[in-house]
Design a protein around this ligand. Structure first.
Ligand code: NAP
Length: 445
């Protein structure tokens, strides 16, 4: 029997487990996660109002309930938990599917002011991540600036502009729902440093910004005119062309003065965050212009946008895992078709899949072929790695390191507690938002 540990139970980890059991009848897979809950960014990243994408949890669940797959939550891999070297002794092969655990920084003055956050911190808060900051993100906020024009920026912009009534049916934590119900946010500025034809959001996500009750999208035709590709989008790749067409349609409609406006801005690069009484009060942008090669140059003209909340949404970034090589330039682990490379040499038995392998790009489905590539590499090495003897039951060895894993039954107990919490609040399922509640629920038979 080939024994494999998959570290991380997000989409890449679960698709790795799925490929393993589909392609190899003689494999047993333990999927470890530092959280007591499975599904990674599907649970803690996908916006609560994206019910269809969230329902992917049902597909991932069938994998984790497979007879040769086991979920072991609450297992931290690394210096504060099970060292990677120890894990390697417990399994024939380890696949790291740890994602990109942090966010990129802007590197501009004022970035650390109170009221300035990464979009991922805001997402963690409304997604009930147990490590999320509980600051009053929205207290006293009339105007918010979201820096970046990718799909995460679209998610946080939409959540800021959506009314709480529409979110009542989601599994958002009650505190975040209450804060959104009391929100006074009237303007959300989503700002790109390059042009509309270079924005990273996808058209389906972009379109969702219009049609939110009580909100309107405002696009300045003069900013579209700065992008030569907007004049004649026919030469653009299909995805960008569709984005430009949607934006041009919105730019033709004059603002009607809705209670909340979503202002999509382009060719503005952030240069500093402005402060008032020790908190963020706005963002100074420099107007940019296309350089003719897909980039932009500064123009020396500046514009200040008022904001009591600034969310930088400029991409995720992988973090090094103790005991594994790391390419600091792109935040990934060097690999050859998923096999970890140590100083350019493959060491059979160590693999990567997902964002820590290819960087934080693509949609959830991108992880399927990515995971399969890694699993094919692993199975090619199987004859070699399986010769090493490993314990029959690694959980006993994990317990010996002081770790008490949350089993699938523990996770199901969390699910029951979340259903009960929802019922007590007159809502459907409501997520538990802190470690104590999650662990107490997991230990309740
Ligand atoms: P992203 O798609 O890489 O977008 C990052 C944005 O930040 C870009 O607009 C980028 O502009 C901008 N940026 C980077 N550095 C900047 C700087 N110093 N100053 C100003 N702007 C800067 O990242 P993401 O939105 O975090 O998304 C990550 C991945 O998750 C993507 O593949 C995304 O599609 C996926 N995702 C999908 C969904 C969905 O399908 N519903 C939802 C969320 C996330 P430049 O282009 O100029 O660099």
């Amino acid at each position: 029997m080939l024994r494999v540990a998959v570290v991380g139970s997000g989409p890449s980890g679960v698709y790795t487990a799925q490929s393993l059991v589909q392609l190899e009848p003689g494999v047993r897979v333990d999927v470890l996660d530092r959280l007591p809950c499975p599904y990674g960014l599907v649970r803690y990243g996908v916006a609560p109002d994206h019910e269809k994408i969230k329902s992917l949890q049902n597909t991932l669940r069938t994998v984790l309930e497979h007879e040769r797959v086991r979920f072991l939550g609450g297992v931290q891999v690394g210096p504060d938990g099970v060292p990677t070297a120890r894990l390697r002794e417990l399994y024939h092969a380890v696949v790291y599917c740890v994602g990109a655990a942090t966010d990129r920084q802007l590197g501009i003055p004022g970035e650390d002011l109170p009221g300035s956050w990464s979009a991922t911190q805001f997402v963690s808060w409304y997604s009930a991540h147990p490590d999320a900051a509980q600051d009053g993100f929205l207290r006293g906020v009339r105007s918010a600036v979201v820096i970046g024009v990718g799909n995460v920026a679209v998610d946080v912009t939409r959540m800021l502009a959506r009314g709480a009534a529409e979110l009542n049916a989601t599994d958002m934590p009650q505190a975040a729902l209450n804060a959104l119900a009391e929100s006074q946010v009237a303007e959300v500025h989503m700002v790109g440093r390059r042009g509309p034809s270079q924005a990273r959001f996808t058209t389906k996500e972009l379109r969702e910004l219009s049609g939110l009750p009580g909100a309107e999208v405002v696009v300045d035709p003069a900013e579209l005119a700065l992008d030569p590709a907007c004049d004649d989008p026919s030469a653009l790749p299909a995805a960008q062309r569709r984005n430009v067409e949607v934006l041009r349609g919105w730019a033709r409609v004059p603002p009607r003065g809705a209670p909340r406006s979503i202002r999509l801005r382009f060719f503005l690069r952030p240069v500093r965050l402005l402060a008032e009484r020790g908190r963020v009060a706005g963002v100074r942008f420099e107007r940019t212009a296309p350089d003719g090669h897909g980039g932009v140059t500064g123009t020396g003209r500046y514009e200040d946008v008022e904001a009591q909340l600034v969310l930088r949404s400029v991409g995720y970034r992988g973090v090094p895992l103790e005991g594994l090589p790391f390419d600091a330039a792109d935040g990934t682990v060097p690999h050859l078709a998923g096999r970890v490379l140590r100083e350019g040499v493959v060491v059979p038995g160590e693999y990567v899949a997902g964002w820590i392998k290819r960087g934080p790009t693509g949609v959830i489905g991108t992880n399927r072929p990515d995971a399969k590539e890694t699993v094919v590499s692993l199975l090619e090495d199987a004859d070699a790695v399986v010769r090493r003897s490993v314990p029959e039951e690694p959980v006993a060895a994990l317990r010996a390191t002081g770790v008490e894993p949350v089993t699938w039954a523990g996770w199901q107990a969390i699910e029951r507690a979340e259903a009960a919490l929802g019922a007590s609040l007159g809502r459907d399922v409501v997520k538990l938002a802190d470690w104590d509640s999650l662990l107490a629920a997991a230990r309740t038979p």
